[in-house]
Design a binder for this molecule. Sequence first.
Ligand SMILES: *Cc1c(COP(=O)(O)O)cnc(C)c1O
Length: 382
Amino acid sequence: MSNDKFIALSLPNMAGNEWKYVKDCLDTGWISSVGSYVTKFEQMVADFAGAKYGIAAVNGTAALHISLLLSGVKQHDYVILPNLTFVASANSIKYLGAEPLLIDADPLLWQMDLDLLEDFLSTQTETKGKELFYKKDGRRIGAIMPVHILGNMCDMDRFSQIVSQYPLPVVEDATEALGTTYKGKSAGTFSPLAAFSFNGNKIISTGGGGVIVTDDEALAKHAKHLTTTAKASADEYYHDEVGYNYRLVNVLAAIGVAQMELLPSFIERKKQVVAFYKQELSGVADIRFQQELADVNTNGWLFTIQTEKQQALLDHLNANKILSRRFWMPMNKLPMYKDCVYIQHQDQSDYIYNTCLSIPSSTNITDEELAIVTREIKAAIG
Ligand SMILES: *Cc1c(COP(=O)(O)O)cnc(C)c1O
């Protein structure tokens, strides 16, 4: 087995009707922000997640921004989120003039640590009327954003039980978790509004894209209104609030429709990839895996291993044309978020950042490539 071609981390897989549907858009001229594929894609994502409504957006970040806005987050509020996440989660908070309030990661699940969250809410916040405040500076806490890191989930029953004791709207960052369930209930349906992403490396891709899901008709209408410049008249340029040009175009939604048709097969392939890696890498050196709760069925989005020999493994894999990546740098290490309130227990986020590596998990990875990846991991640290 020689390896002359680069093995990527998570590539888009355009194996279905993408070309046909895009051609249809081009042939009919329906390429822009109106067209049947947008509506169809929105409904397919909502149906798949078990939500009533889907609202397409240009990307997952925009979907999060609008979800937070509609949840009532205001300037100078705090929004609670995990310290270990992709920067877009925190950025979407900042776009509203609000401030991220960071919670450390659970050492086993790598999601927001619920012990820390529970302790923080009970000792450092106070409820006045229907609002929650951070005791230390009296600022309001406008929302909490759990992020389903790597398509995994925390104990959502416990999360909901903790949060339900406070006036604290939830907005799920479900961008990585399309297809993941907790007790059979889909990621994205544990909050009134949630965001999915269809960026190039997500489980399905439209190149760039996102969808907001909700069961609430009024919120769905308002989300659509805000993502389409808040135009309030069909025949005049009358806009009744500050809207956003966040609408996904029909050409990309056409790709999305084709990708949604493939999603069940993608999830199946991801599960095979996860099973292969777990079998081949169990007991190799000090390698550990992200733990999953029995109630969670993950979409297996991006397989990630943990080892003290992170740097040696990273160097070896990249030298052998196998793309491997560290986690995102934790938010408290980024210049714009370094002064944020950070509730931590021995900075697990930092430990995870320094020990974890994501390894190739594309749905179109071949069995031969999988064997090359595990062979080289064993060669490097086994
Ligand atoms: C991908 C991602 C986003 C943002 O999605 P885009 O479509 O790239 O804007 C937000 N949060 C997390 C955790 C993500 O992985």
